[in-house]
Design a protein around this ligand. Structure first.
Ligand code: GAR
Length: 201
């Protein structure tokens, strides 16, 4: 049985597309059953729908509180029988209870080698720091932002003439390979969250 997986997006959805492409292979251990966006106009929703995947827009602005929005998210995931949730460019902080409920089944991708360069303007931060290597990280989501136990990382070189955009594009290519590989590991039970650590089988 493939792990029923949902992807949460806010925009372009290129990482979402890479997960959908990987899961198009019936031998992949996770199936994408739902894509949810907190932004109704997110480009990624169109791509997902065109790929034949159920989509849902849950605009956070329609809710009075973060908790109410997260409850609607959780209800949609429950209705679809979702087992794993992948955040892919999902630009909302999730409530503590949501994170706790989905603990060990909730992944995020971040465009830096965590714990370096958390938050936003990540590539600006990397260039400002003068690092010669950057990359991306897939991690379990915990309460603290961009801080969960690391499942997988990939490194890319930083070139002397890089701008935030050229670095972002190089990192993004690595993201598109890394996220499906990390989801595979989780869906196959080869990585688990145990006592706040990623444990590998
Ligand atoms: C990706 O680079 C992802 O790592 C980043 O947003 C981009 C979304 O692109 N996520 C974060 O910065 C989260 N902290 P995409 O919509 O094309 O996948």
């Amino acid at each position: 049985m493939r792990a029923r997986t949902a992807i949460l997006i806010s925009g372009r959805g290129s990482n979402m597309a890479s997960l959908i492409a990987a899961a198009a292979d019936p031998a992949f251990p996770a199936g994408i059953v739902l894509v949810i966006s907190n932004v109704g106009s997110a480009e990624g929703l169109k791509h997902a729908a065109a790929a034949g995947i159920a989509t849902k827009a849950i605009p956070h602005k329609a809710f009075a509180s973060r908790e109410a929005f997260d409850a609607a998210l959780d209800a949609a995931l429950g209705e679809a029988g979702v087992q794993i949730v992948c955040l892919a460019g999902f630009m909302r902080i999730l409530s503590d209870w949501f994170v706790r409920k989905w603990e060990g089944r909730l992944l995020n991708i971040h465009p830096s080698l965590l714990p370096a360069f958390k938050g936003v303007r990540v590539h600006e931060q990397a260039l400002q720091a003068g690092v010669r290597v950057s990359g991306c990280t897939v991690h379990f989501v915990v309460r603290e932002l961009d801080a969960g136990p690391i499942v997988a990382q990939a490194a890319v070189p930083v070139k002397p003439d890089d701008t935030p955009d050229t670095l972002a594009a190089r990192v993004l290519q690595a993201e598109h390979k890394l996220y499906p590989a990390a989801l595979r590991q989780l869906a196959e039970g080869k990585v688990k969250l145990k006592n706040g650590r990623a444990v590998f089988a």
